[in-house]
Design a protein around this ligand. Structure first.
Ligand SMILES: C[S@@+](CC[C@H](N)C(=O)[O-])C[C@H]1O[C@@H](n2cnc3c(N)ncnc32)[C@H](O)[C@@H]1O
Length: 284
């Protein structure tokens, strides 16, 4: 059947509006990515040949979205730091705020000389590990992920992007999972509290519990990862965490109690303190 893209766009927008805060954006993304349309095709209301299979796929996407599945899972990929990462059920969707952690780590590595060893704990889709490996060729990067579903995305994304990351299926709470010391250890761990979990939107509830829940107060992983991994930093090495809104004082307290120094805060594009870093002293 021949359909006009502008009409399809308006129809999709109406269909998605009960569940979406941005139905125009979502309708456009679906048409661009699933029908291979160009933005001008929609604006000019150009015709498109929609066979039965294609129409059925669009209908299924709308049904899944009305069931609160996130747009990113429907599209099957999402952008992070200018690259596209495969996403779907079982893996956390990369967030723009997390780019701040990537930038902070890259800037630290740039100022450090020689070959570099970088460890990411709680790798998820691989957005951080792959970005760091691709942007800083002097870095040898490891990424540890416990969930088998997320691990499959981690390996596929690193392969697809040709990012030289050593993907480790294992528990970040077991420091035996990777050997050696590191110039930088980073993590965007699960950091939502029990209270946060009770207030999640239906879309975020579709993301893996294991990627979100940081125990009762949300700080479990900051306490444990700092305790277990601080000894694995090289002298002058940096521990870098993404944190949730308002967690900076508690996480800074954890870092200083473990005798890490130079605690620094970095804000995200919305002005929220999103990253905390600390250093292991240079002195032996
Ligand atoms: C907040 S997500 C971050 C994912 C990715 N690094 C990002 O920034 O988008 C946390 C990840 O930690 C993983 N995870 C939870 N507990 C873990 C553990 N004990 N060991 C390793 N990974 C764990 C989850 O499966 C999830 O993929």
């Amino acid at each position: 059947m021949v359909r006009k893209l502008g009409d399809l766009y308006h129809q999709l927008k109406e269909q998605l509006s009960p569940v979406s805060d941005a139905p125009e954006y979502e309708a456009r993304e679906i048409l661009l990515q699933k029908l291979g349309a160009a933005p001008a095709d929609i604006l000019m209301n150009r015709s498109v040949e929609l066979d039965d299979a294609c129409q059925a796929e669009l209908d299924t996407l709308v049904k899944r979205r009305l069931d609160h599945e996130p747009l990113q899972y429907l599209l099957g990929e999402w952008s992070f730091y200018g690259r596209s990462f495969l996403v779907g059920e079982g893996v956390l969707i990369p967030r723009p705020d997390t780019e701040i952690l990537a930038e902070t780590v890259l800037s630290f590595l740039q100022d450090r000389e020689g070959p570099l060893r970088v460890l990411e704990l709680c790798g998820g889709s691989g957005c951080l590990a792959a970005t760091i490996a691709l942007e800083q060729p002097r870095a040898r990067v490891w990424s540890v992920e416990k969930s088998p579903e997320a691990f499959s995305y981690l390996t596929r994304n690193c392969e697809r992007l040709r990012a030289d990351v050593c993907c480790v299926a294992g528990d970040a709470l077991d420091p035996g999972v990777v050997e050696g010391d590191f110039d930088c250890i980073l993590s965007n761990p699960p950091y939502l509290s029990a209270r946060d979990m009770a207030e999640l939107s239906p879309e975020v509830q579709r993301e893996p519990f294991m990627a979100l829940y940081g125990e009762e107060d949300g700080l479990f992983f900051y306490r444990e990862l700092t305790r277990l991994w601080k000894k694995r930093l090289k002298p002058g090495g940096m521990l870098a965490y993404e944190i949730g809104m308002g967690q900076q004082d508690d996480v800074a307290d954890i870092l200083t109690r473990h005798e890490l120094t130079d605690v620094c805060q970095v804000r995200d594009y919305g002005g929220i303190i999103r990253v905390l870093t600390a250093r292991l002293s240079d002195a032996p």
